[in-house]
Design a protein around this ligand. Structure first.
Ligand code: FES
Length: 180
C-alpha cells in the first residue's frame, strides 16, 4: 500500500517535471531548477542572477521581477544588486541582439565558429555592441534547446541548427545603417 502511494507520488513528480514552463520558455525551467537547488534562498541572489544572465544574455525587467518573486525578495533589492555589479547587463545596447548559445551541445556542433564569424563580420567581440549601436553580440550557456543545436537567439527568437553562413545572412541587413 505504502509502496503504491510512494510510486504514485514519484510519477506525479515526474509528470510535473516533464511539463513545459507555463511561459513556454525552457530557459525559465532551467533557472527554476537552479533556484530550487539553492533552496530559493535570498542569499543566493548573486549566483541566481549569474545563472539568469548566462541563460538569457542579459537581465531585463521581467527577469529581475521573476527572480525577486521566486526568492521572495523585494524587487528593489534585486535591482540594487543587478545595477551595483558592472558584470550584470540590464539590457543589450544595440538595436538588434544576437545571443549565441555556447553550451556544450551547441559548442560541439560548431557554435564557436558561429561566434567567430559574427565577431569577424561585425568587428566586435562577444559581449560588445557595434559602435553604431546596430548590434549587440552576447552569449548564453544552454538555453534549453539542445535538440536543435546549435541555437542562436535573434532579437528574442530562437533559431535552430544555425551555421556561420545562415547567421551571417540573417544579421547582414542589421549591419546596414539603413536596414531594418
Ligand atoms: S547547449 Fe545550446 S541549447 Fe543546450
Amino acid at each position: 500500500m505504502l509502496v503504491t502511494e510512494a510510486r504514485r507520488r514519484l510519477e506525479r513528480k515526474k509528470a510535473r517535471a516533464a511539463q513545459p514552463h507555463p511561459s513556454g520558455d525552457k530557459r525559465l525551467l532551467i533557472l527554476d531548477a537552479f533556484m530550487k537547488r539553492q533552496q530559493f534562498r535570498g542569499d543566493a541572489l548573486i549566483e541566481v542572477l549569474h545563472k539568469a544572465q548566462e541563460l538569457f544574455g542579459f537581465l531585463d525587467d521581467g527577469l529581475l521581477v521573476y527572480v525577486a518573486r521566486a526568492l521572495k525578495l523585494p524587487p528593489s533589492r534585486v535591482y540594487g544588486v543587478a545595477t551595483f555589479y558592472h558584470f550584470f547587463k540590464l539590457k543589450p545596447q544595440g538595436e538588434h541582439t544576437c545571443v549565441v548559445c555556447l553550451g556544450t551541445a551547441c559548442y560541439v556542433k560548431g557554435a564557436d565558429k558561429i561566434m567567430a564569424a559574427i565577431e569577424q563580420r561585425a568587428g566586435i567581440k562577444n559581449g560588445e555592441t557595434t559602435p553604431d549601436n546596430r548590434l549587440s553580440l552576447l552569449s548564453a550557456r544552454c538555453i534549453g534547446a539542445c535538440g536543435i543545436a546549435p541555437a542562436v537567439v535573434y532579437d528574442g527568437a530562437v533559431a535552430a541548427k544555425q551555421t556561420p553562413e545562415s547567421t551571417l545572412a540573417l544579421i547582414e541587413p542589421w549591419m546596414n545603417r539603413h536596414g531594418p
